[in-house]
Design a protein around this ligand. Structure first.
Ligand SMILES: Cc1cc2nc3c(=O)[nH]c(=O)nc-3n(C[C@H](O)[C@H](O)[C@H](O)COP(=O)(O)OP(=O)(O)OC[C@H]3O[C@@H](n4cnc5c(N)ncnc54)[C@H](O)[C@@H]3O)c2cc1C
Length: 387
């Protein structure tokens, strides 16, 4: 089999990337180890993804947004960041960006399901499921990929979208900066008595952070970053006790709280690939940059990155230039570093600062919240990301 582009990983970013080649003659194949039924109807994974306006635009452009039912899209009108239970808070409002909301919340499994649904309608993209990529060999003319089903394919370019623990990234010996926060993120949905008024809350305590993301019908997505042993306990603790604990954690602000469905836990290990491309190979999504979810930028960044790469590839195709040439890939790499590096390193620094218990760290974080609130250009830097 010979194709133009082979994508490894049909997660949300790999799927979005492949959708970008609709209505072109580019032959794309996308490979995933998951069975077809799981790709078509992914199970709930507890993640409610906060999307920026820019991401919504990208999903509209690739024809996916209209597939998502309005009932499953919640709006965030305001975001409040608090230093523990201190009454002082950093406040972001949709009026600050002259939009009717700061962003949207959509369940990850629905994003995946609808991206897959869209992709199935694109005739020049083939999906191969239940198969892993076993090896990649590249030369100056093409890349050769061996699959676990015994087949081999040739491609002008291989794009790895196989997540933050990417095996294909390791196969190509691309090193990463990585950081293990030694914490887990616990996510679940809860129903509550009092309304959230479409406000997202982020509370930074010293050993844990907790967030409430507003969904429809007095429901919210609860996101806790806690030490691993506490995450384990919270995953197992009886539902009634868990409800009570969450109610207390949010200082009874939302009245009685009740768990809906399962609790999910994710290890907090972030990665940043030291290069995003090598010979006839490019990394996108979490395989390139695996963000800490506390600032809710992972998928947003993945969408932006894949869009940059699609544009570079289309630019080459229009001019009859080989899409695997270093110059094409280096353009992507440079633009991606410019977008990703500030987000990644600032997020990690914020998490480090806001979970440290030393006296100077406590003072700096109080100062930082006030500085961001009061000095308009600083606040605009944060708001710019949401636009
Ligand atoms: C708790 C939590 C909350 C989050 N909240 C937000 C948020 O609010 N906003 C936001 O923007 N982001 C958020 N994120 C981040 C977001 O979920 C990720 O950035 C996004 O899922 C990355 O998509 P991806 O396609 O790159 O990788 P993945 O979703 O990891 O998909 C990788 C795909 O590759 C396949 N695969 C893996 N290995 C192989 C192989 N060897 N061969 C073939 N296929 C393979 C897998 O089966 C999978 O389908 C959150 C993350 C977490 C954990």
């Amino acid at each position: 089999m010979t194709v133009d582009i082979a994508v490894v990983g049909a997660g949300p970013v790999g799927l979005a990337f492949a959708c970008g080649f609709a209505n072109t003659n580019t032959k794309v194949v996308i490979i995933d180890k998951l069975p077809k039924a799981v790709l078509a109807r992914p199970g709930k994974d507890g993640r409610d993804i906060a999307l920026t306006h820019q991401s919504a635009q990208i999903l509209k452009k690739i024809g996916v947004w209209d597939y998502i039912s309005l009932r499953s899209i919640s709006e965030i009108k305001q975001a409040i960041v608090q230093d523990g239970y201190s009454s002082y808070c950093l406040d972001f409002n949709c009026h600050d960006i002259q939009k009717k909301c700061l962003g949207y919340l959509i369940s990850n499994h629905l994003i995946r399901k609808n991206l897959y649904k869209r992709l199935k309608k694109i005739s020049n993209v083939t999906i191969i499921n239940n198969v892993e990529c076993e090896s990649i060999i590249t030369n100056s003319h093409y890349a050769s990929i061996s699959l676990s089903n015994g087949t081999t394919m040739k491609a002008s370019l291989v794009v790895a979208a196989d997540g933050r623990f990417s095996k294909t990234r390791s196969m190509l010996a691309i090193p990463t900066f990585s950081h293990d926060f030694k914490k887990n993120m616990l996510v679940c949905r809860m129903q509550h008595e009092k309304t959230h008024n479409n406000i997202a809350y982020e509370l930074f305590h010293y050993t844990q952070t907790q967030a409430l993301l507003p969904l429809k019908n007095k429901q919210s997505s609860i996101v806790l970053t806690v030490p691993k042993d506490i995450a384990l306990t919270l995953m197992k603790v009886h539902k009634k006790k868990f409800n009570k604990e969450m109610q207390n954690n949010f200082n009874n602000r939302f009245g009685k709280m009740t768990l809906i469905g399962e609790r999910y836990s994710y290890p907090m290990i972030t990665i940043y690939a030291k290069k995003f491309t090598t010979n006839r190979f490019a990394l996108i999504g979490d395989a390139a940059v695996g963000m800490h979810p506390v600032t809710a930028h992972g998928f947003n960044l993945g969408l932006k990155g894949q869009e940059i790469l699609v544009k570079e590839i289309k630019f080459a195709i229009e001019r009859n230039i080989d899409i695997g040439l270093p110059i094409i890939l280096q353009n992507y790499q440079l633009k991606m570093h410019c977008v990703a590096a500030p987000l990644y390193f600032t997020t990690n620094s914020i998490v480090n600062l806001f979970t440290r218990t030393s006296f100077p760290a406590k003072i700096i974080r109080k100062f930082l919240l006030r500085l961001t609130n009061v000095i308009k250009p600083v606040k605009h830097i944060f708001l710019h990301v949401l636009k």
